[in-house]
Design a protein around this ligand. Structure first.
Ligand code: PLP
Length: 389
């Protein structure tokens, strides 16, 4: 059976976790601080704050952007549901706009058209690791006096061409960028998240909020010669990362450049192996983007049934996944306040036709050829004769 993904975890992560467990300090402490420093350095961000996952990262970033009950946040429905949910946690209304068919990412023109006097922020997504069009979105946010938050859950190691230089996603190019360390992403700590920001005061606020807004952190009290009583001046959360997770994350960060290079090689090989499958659309990178290829997502021809194609591949030992979901189609959004600017047809079509193929470091050339062969056969079996001819 060829799985969809295999995390790159080995003895190095196991030893790091064991070292922390035996150290006696296992939650947010020195390892978290080191992981934050190393992550900030990797993406060239002035500040990085570790949290429990990307969903809580998004929640805090939106709160820092001043998103409150009744406000609107412009975003995409075509994303993992966490994106839209984080807006609802603030009591705000997600305003969904459609995506660009080539990149699965937010259409900047639609994002601008959706702005009203209730809009507080734009929450853009670098979907499956493909950078979204920040060069268009940053000036739109500036023009309208809005904060730009980047959902970079999948985008650790992705790059964008910015003023003639390749820069990592997370610098950040907007006000803040939120990363996930779930096992489906390139860097994993089991669960975990990171917020990078350009604003010193936001970073300070994130550090308070993630620990119930405790005035003096436990690390400070622990190393003090004097008795200190902490206070809780505002409502905060428990969004901490543990030191065990951070130690694993530090090992994963060392591997990231190699993981990205390997995935880019595998993605380009898929694109050549699949180039002549009739009607199949392989993903493309705009010339200003370098994806980390968190997912390699093809679009099936109109004549193909998505579920049947995926079942055929599963029967032949190949695990695939459906394209990214659309939050507005889920029961959890049936009654909830959200609105959309026009139709979300491109998003819905992407969900219905996109199929994610297996991609992980040890995927062999032979397996990749087998996957391409089986996908070709499955597509041809459903293709009317005049198209295949
Ligand atoms: C995975 C993912 C999230 C949620 O990340 P968690 O760390 O699981 O909370 C949010 N947004 C996108 C686009 C994702 O892919």
């Amino acid at each position: 059976m060829i799985p969809i993904i295999k995390p790159s975890l080995d003895e190095r992560e196991a030893e790091a976790a064991s070292r922390v467990i035996l150290s006696g300090w296992i939650t947010q402490g020195p390892e978290v601080a080191s992981f934050e420093r190393e992550f900030a350095e990797m993406v060239a961000a002035p500040h990085a704050c570790a949290v429990s996952n990307c969903t809580t990262a998004l929640h805090l970033a939106l709160l820092a952007a001043g998103v409150h009950a009744g406000d609107e946040v412009v975003t995409v429905s075509h994303s993992y549901i966490a994106t839209a949910n984080s807006i609802r946690y603030c009591g705000a209304v997600p305003v969904f706009v459609d995506i660009e068919p080539a990149t699965f990412n937010i259409d900047p023109h639609l994002a601008e058209a959706a702005i009203t006097d209730k809009t507080r922020a734009i929450l853009c997504v670098h979907q499956v690791g493909m950078p979204c069009d920040l060069a268009s979105l940053v000036p739109i946010a500036e023009r309208h006096g809005l904060h730009l938050i980047e959902d970079a859950a999948c985008a650790a190691g992705s790059e964008i061409l910015w003023n003639g230089q390749w820069e990592r996603i997370g610098k950040p190019h907007g006000d803040a960028a939120c990363f996930s360390f779930h096992p489906r992403k390139l860097v994993s700590t089991g669960d975990g998240g990171m917020i990078t920001t350009r604003h010193k005061d936001w970073d300070k606020q994130f550090r308070l909020w993630r620990q119930h807004a405790m005035s003096v952190p436990d690390t400070v009290r622990h190393s003090s010669n004097e008795v200190i009583f902490e206070t809780y001046p505002e409502l905060g959360f428990n969004y901490r990362m543990t030191d065990i997770q951070a130690a694993v994350g530090r090992e994963q960060l060392k591997k990231l450049p190699g993981i990205v290079a390997r995935r880019r090689e595998l993605a380009s090989r898929y694109s050549s192996l699949l180039a002549d499958v009739p009607g199949l659309i392989t993903p493309v990178e705009p010339e200003w983007a370098r994806s980390n290829w968190q997912s390699y997502c093809v679009r099936l021809p109109k004549s193909c049934d998505q579920k049947q194609t995926m079942q055929t591949l599963l029967d032949r030992g190949i695990s695939t996944r459906r394209g990214i979901m659309c939050a507005h189609r889920e029961p959890a959004y049936r009654q909830q306040p959200w609105r959309s600017l026009g139709s979300l047809r491109v998003s819905e079509q992407a969900q219905e036709t996109a199929t994610i193929l297996p991609l992980y470091n040890e995927l062999s050339l032979a397996d990749q050829e087998y996957i391409a062969e089986q996908l070709r056969a499955a597509v041809l079996a459903q293709t009317p004769c005049e198209v295949s001819a």
